[in-house]
Ligand binder design. Structure first.
Ligand SMILES: *Cc1c(COP(=O)(O)O)cnc(C)c1O
Length: 394
């Protein structure tokens, strides 16, 4: 369907917003119930329970009613107390950006940064914590999407736990697409959303909160209350006997419900596996086609996003236009510091299907060839991606 004279794309292979699962679209079209209708109260509690199961957590999660940037800002506002020293870990644009929110609430923000095609290590974090014992909160963006690289969250979480500090983890574009779970990475606040790997439209935030984080936020007089940024106010909202602080996004909850049913029925490990296979096929195809990956090494390349270096002399916006105009495929640009240097192919939710890697490789390599890049071999790229898929099927 076309809304304007510009035709809709055939394939949306982006890193978010992503194409939604058809079952999610059907979920979104369910009748809009009154939020205090007993049927909706029971439904809300059941959806919250499904989030808990997806998190493989013992404690009740919190749903906030805005896309995950709301929860990230809320985490900064609630968990960082006046005067706190915050260690912000930066391997990309989102990690860097969290530091700006942190600076609004903290006494001091320290930054531990690596180049945006590399990742942090538990060891480096442990050392930073030894050097400044007054650090109270550490913030990590697990998969910095505009870099397409994945930090070792469990290793970093263990270092933060060993030092007795609190940890905020942005797992927005990784949860649901790879093995990252709030308790395994020792997160005190773990933020994700249904709009990336769970295959929903943007509109909600999902949070795991540790007991230590609840204690600190509830004791923090500056933690937002009676505000869209309040995590504290939503703590008991899933209980049918408790009021909602504000009107919940009824339809988004229905979409999330459908997404969680798919996720839990398929099984998380099977879902992670198809994300990993799609990305592996895509990387093999991109390299064999004569292009290069952004990540400094393949073992840190994301299973949910393949970042491809823009060839020398090519205008990134022209490349994405060619991909869309010639083939009807949409891919993502870089952001901030990575804008213009890379393009990103998303493997998230419904597009984390190995066969989509062929579409991505053919469209990106084909567009490069059309723009005159030398040494591009579309066929070799497609064949290499196919070999990865076939060897997994054998
Ligand atoms: C998508 C995403 C968010 C949410 O931000 P928007 O760009 O506004 O959708 C936050 N963190 C990461 C790492 C993300 O990929």
């Amino acid at each position: 369907m076309s809304r304007t004279p510009i035709p809709d794309p055939i394939f949306t292979l982006t890193t978010g917003p992503v194409d939604a699962y058809p079952a999610v679209l059907r979920g979104l079209s369910r009748p809009v119930l009154y939020d205090y209708d007993p049927a909706f109260l029971a439904h809300y509690e059941a959806v919250n329970e499904k989030v808990r199961r997806a998190f493989r957590s013992a404690s009740q999660p919190v749903i906030l009613h805005g896309e995950p940037v709301l929860a990230l800002e809320a985490a900064a506002a609630s968990l960082i107390a006046k005067g706190d020293v915050v260690l912000n870990l930066v391997s990309g644009v989102y990690g860097k950006g969290f530091g700006y929110w942190a600076a609004r609430y903290a006494g001091e923000v320290l930054e531990l940064a690596v180049p945006y095609n590399e990742v942090l290590s538990g060891e480096a974090v442990a050392e930073a914590l030894r050097n400044r014992p007054d650090i109270a909160v550490v913030a990590l963006c697990h998969h910095d999407t505009p870099s397409g690289t994945v930090n070792p969250a469990n290793e970093i979480g263990a270092a933060v736990r060993a030092a007795g500090k609190l940890l905020i983890v942005d797992a927005v574009s990784s949860f649901g697409g790879m093995n990252v779970l709030p308790e395994a990475c020792e997160a005190d606040i773990f933020v994700t959303g249904p709009n990336k790997c769970l295959g929903c439209p943007p509109g909600l935030s999902l949070l795991h909160v540790s007991d230590a984080a609840w204690r600190k936020m509830e004791a923090n007089p500056d933690a937002p209350r009676a505000s869209m940024l309040s995590i504290v106010d939503w703590r008991r909202a899933h209980e049918a006997t408790q009021p909602f602080p504000f009107t919940p996004s009824v339809s988004e909850i229905n979409g999330l419900d459908a997404a969680l049913d798919l996720y839990l029925a398929e099984g998380d490990e099977a879902v992670w596996q198809r994300h990993a296979l799609t990305a592996a096929a895509c990387r093999a195809g991109i390299k064999a086609a004569g292009l290069s990956l952004w990540a400094a090494s393949e073992d840190i390349a994301s299973p949910t996003c393949t970042a491809v270096r823009v060839p020398e002399g090519v205008d990134e916006a022209k490349l994405r236009s060619a991909v869309r105009e010639r083939y009807g495929v949409v891919v993502s640009s870089g952001r901030g510091e990575t804008l213009g240097k890379l393009i990103r192919i998303g493997h998230m939710g419904p597009t984390a299907r190995p066969i989509y890697s062929l579409v991505a490789v053919a469209a990106v390599a084909g567009a490069c060839a059309a723009l005159g890049v030398k040494g591009i071999d579309v066929g070799a790229g497609v064949a290499a991606a196919m070999r990865v898929i076939d060897s997994a099927a054998a």
